[in-house]
Design a binder for this molecule. Sequence first.
Ligand code: PLP
Length: 444
Amino acid sequence: MSDKAASAAIPNNLEAFWMPFTSNRQFKKAPRMFVAAKDMHYTTAEGNKVLDGTAGLWCCNAGHSRPRIVEAVQKQIAELDYAPAFQMGHPKAFELAARLAAMLPSPMDHVFFTNSGSESVDTALKIALAYQRAIGQGTRTRLIGRERGYHGVGFGGISVGGIVNNRKHFGTMLTGVDHIRHTHDPVRNAFSRGEPEHGAEFADDLIKVIQLHDPSTIAAVIVEPVAGSTGVLIPPKGYLKRLRELCTQHGILLIFDEVITGFGRIGTPFATDYFDVMPDMITTAKGITSGVIPMGAVFCTKQIYETFMTGPEHMIELFHGYTYSAHPVACAAALATLDTYEEEGLLTRAADLASYWEAAVHSLKDCPHVIDIRNLGLIGAIELESIPGEPTKRAFSAFLKAYEDGILIRTTGDIIALSPPLIISKEQIDELFGKLRKVLENNI
Ligand SMILES: Cc1ncc(COP(=O)(O)O)c(C=O)c1O
């Protein structure tokens, strides 16, 4: 792209757009603009190619601008642009729900559509409360999250979430929420490959919470099977199984927030498959449409769904939903995304690449300031020692340098997180880590 074309691609007025989770003033002084994307690469306004090491925001699992998905979206908009979601339907919503249900292990077989991960989380929390009430357990109103958890930015999600900056500015949030400990234990587990050996007993923190509040007050526990946005925390061996046992024992619903682990990220379709632990509900978004059109979905068991299917048949069973639940264009995108995943074996491809990826991530162990490395499937995290008194700065300058060098990485605090599209090749993995090594060695 010529200089002229590049400057035309950057609008003159950047002021009006209040950018999410962004240092607006810094960005607007030196904007970084993507103007196109194809397969594993973005193109910047200056015409540079950037290798996508993060699948956008953990969402473009099939890569970018995949023909089947693009065509399906174009066709759908021309055919049926919108259909009301309440008391009306359209065929693709049912087709998609049935197809998703068939992908999930039994008895997880019903799907409620939303438009984002945050909405999926709110939906699951509300279903949990309504379900407990419907089975005569109306005193179960407490929701339990986990320290360092990320469940989006709705009031439900930040309440059960455990990231301080996402919570402290926003008042008291939901009441009746408590948290169990996070699972990060660098003293025992630093540089673990895959699931860390130590820490199944962190799940027993739930016993303390149960003893404090009494199980009869607790509706649900929500955790990310692999915590992503906090900087990638892999669950210790046996931890999720233990949480499941405790929830079952005490009549508490277990919700897995699979907004990032869903759709192949760790080498199985869902984390529930990988860890062989069945929650009562699963929240998803992102990879459901490979990030192409906003969409989310909550999966729940037959038992939960059937509990609501009582009373007079003309009555609405769940007073919840969104104008854009099961939006036709999102459904078309999701169906074409599932086709793409299936045709290319993408939902298990991370398993094939996992050991190559693991070796590549851990090859950075000797780089300056690296204090921990974590990985699972096609997720990797490199934790850097913070500059004294200036947390986040070291990783963010690595992000800026990496972008200049043609790779997109993501940072949280001083942790670099990587989660490329599932179509990444071994050569591209080499390129990603070769360039990242140079960035880390370059005095950041
Ligand atoms: C585990 C988890 N839950 C929920 C969300 C929120 O999703 P959204 O940004 O689509 O609302 C995210 C986003 O990164 C996430 O990682």
